[in-house]
Design a protein around this ligand. Sequence first.
Ligand code: SF4
Length: 81
Amino acid sequence: MQNKATANYGDGRFQPVIEKCEGCGRIVEQEGVQYCKSYLYPSAKWKLGLCNFATHAKPEINVVTVRINPLKAAKRASKRK
Ligand code: SF4
């Protein structure tokens, strides 16, 4: 008998993980198929870029220092009014 606390990933609601999910800590395996325990459609999660639930991939954060000329910024701000 199946434990009620365990989701049945093979019931058709869950899509198998995709290649990009490999290494993610949220992957669970059931009957030889790997599923994501956080998301039903892993491929949809990667369509727009990185999966935000992924434990193995983090977006690179680029800190860009933008130099602002205070005089020009003040002019721009005053023009907007
Ligand atoms: S959390 Fe994201 S990367 Fe991890 S298995 Fe699920 S869909 Fe794949």
